[in-house]
Design a protein around this ligand. Structure first.
Ligand code: UDP
Ligand code: MG
Length: 326
C-alpha cells in the first residue's frame, strides 16, 4: 500500500528540511502494510526561498518527493486540492509544513485505518487550543451557527490534518467548487470518520498566515457555501417589514380621517427612510454575496495555476540508506 502526504507550503523556507527529516524518522514506525510513500509539497506562491529548498529536496530524494509550484498564492484550500489531484496513494494525508501537526500522529492515523476496515477517514481535532478566549468564543459561535443552519454536521475543532482512503480523495476531487471550505467539504461528503484528539505544537519556524480578518472572511465563506439561511432571513425580514408598514399605513389613515391628527412630521419620516434604506442595502448585500459567488463560479476559472511540477520517480520505496544520508 502507498501513502501520499500532501503538504501545502507558503513561505516555509526554514521548515521544509526539518519537516521532511522528522517525518521520515517518525515513519520508521509505520506499519509494514505501507510499502511506499509519496511527499507532495505544494508551493503556494511563496515569496521566500521555499521554492529553492523544495528543489534541493527533490534533487536529493527524487524517488518519493514531488513538488507542485503555483504561479502565485492561491490559498491553502487550493494547495490542498492540487495535492489531492496529484496524490496516487491508497491512503492520503494532509499535513502542515510547520511541524505543528506531529508526523507521529500520522502513524496512529494509518494504524487506525488499517485496524478498522469500516473507517474511511481519521481526522485530528484540537481538544484545547493555544489561543485567546475571544478567538475560542468566536469559533464556538461559528460552529453553533453553522450547525444550526446547515444540513450537515460540523465537528467542532476538526482540522484539515487528516488521513483518508482513496475513495474519500476521489469524492473530494468530484467537488471542483471555486470557493473551497474544506471543513464543510469533508463534512458534506460523509464517510465514516474517526476524530482523534491532538495538541498542536508550536510552529517550528516562521509565523502563522492567519489574522483575525482572514478568519472572519473564511467563516463567512463557510456560511455562504454551506447554508442559504441568510437568504431566508432576508426574505423573512422583508416580509415582516412589509406587514408592519401596512399596519402603520392604516394607523396613519385612521388618525387623519377620524381624529384629525396630522401625519407625523419630519422626525418620523427621516427615521423611517434611514431604517428602510439601511435594511434594504443590508439585505441587498446578503443577496449580493451569494450572487458574486455564483458569478465567479460561473466563469469556471481554475482553482489554481501550476507553474511547474517535479514528479516523484516511480520507485518510491523508502530505504534505510536514505535515512542515513539525511
Ligand atoms: N498555507 C498555504 N497557503 C496559504 C497559507 C498557508 O499553503 O495561503 C500553508 C502553510 O504553509 C502551512 C499550512 O498552510 O503549511 C497552515 O498554515 P498556518 O501555519 O499559517 O496556519 P495555522 O497553523 O496557524 O492554522
Ligand atoms: Mg501552522
Amino acid at each position: 500500500m502507498k501513502l501520499s502526504l500532501i503538504i501545502p507550503c507558503y513561505n516555509e523556507q526554514d521548515n521544509i528540511f526539518p519537516f521532511f527529516k522528522e517525518t521520515v524518522t517518525a515513519f520508521q514506525e509505520m506499519p509494514k502494510d505501507i510499502k511506499s510513500f509519496e511527499f507532495i509539497f505544494v508551493n503556494d506562491g511563496s515569496t521566500d526561498s521555499t521554492s529553492q529548498k523544495l528543489k534541493e529536496l527533490y534533487s536529493s530524494y527524487p524517488n518519493y518527493v514531488s513538488v507542485v509550484e503555483f504561479s502565485r498564492n492561491f490559498g491553502k484550500e487550493a494547495a490542498m486540492y492540487a495535492g489531492l489531484r496529484h496524490a496516487t496513494g491508497d491512503f492520503v494525508t494532509i499535513i502542515d509544513a510547520d511541524l505543528q501537526q506531529r508526523p507521529e500522529i500520522v502513524v496512529n492515523m494509518v494504524n487506525h485505518l488499517l485496524e478498522n476496515e469500516t473507517c474511511d477517514m481519521v481526522a485530528a481535532y484540537q481538544d484545547e487550543r493555544r489561543e485567546s478566549k475571544f478567538m475560542s468564543f468566536m469559533k464556538k459561535c461559528f460552529y453553533k451557527c453553522i450547525n444550526k443552519t446547515s444540513d450537515i454536521e460540523f465537528f467542532q475543532g476538526a482540522s484539515d490534518f487528516r488521513t483518508f482512503r482513496r475513495c474519500v480523495c476521489d469524492a473530494i476531487l468530484n467537488l471542483p467548487e471555486y470557493y473551497r471550505f474544506s471543513k464543510g467539504i469533508f463534512a458534506w461528503i460523509g464517510f465514516n470518520t474517526y476524530y482523534l484528539p491532538y495538541m498542536a505544537e508550536k510552529r517550528h519556524s516562521g509565523e502563522s498566515k492567519w489574522s483575525f480578518f482572514k478568519f472572519v472572511k473564511y467563516a463567512l465563506d463557510g456560511i455562504i457555501a454551506f447554508t442559504t439561511l441568510p437568504l431566508r432571513i432576508a426574505t423573512g425580514v422583508g416580509f415582516f417589514t412589509f406587514l408592519v408598514s401596512i399596519l402603520y399605513m392604516f394607523v396613519v389613515i385612521i388618525q387623519k380621517l377620524f381624529f384629525g391628527v396630522d401625519v407625523p412630521g419630519y422626525a418620523t419620516i427621516v427615521v423611517l427612510i434611514l431604517f428602510l434604506g439601511g435594511l434594504q442595502l443590508l439585505l441587498l448585500g446578503v443577496v449580493g454575496e451569494y450572487l458574486a459567488r455564483t458569478y465567479i463560479q460561473g466563469k469556471n476559472r481554475p482553482i489554481y495555476i501550476e507553474k511547474n511540477v517535479l514528479k516523484a520517480k516511480e520507485k518510491m520505496i523508502y530505504n534505510e540508506e536514505d535515512n542515513q544520508s539525511l
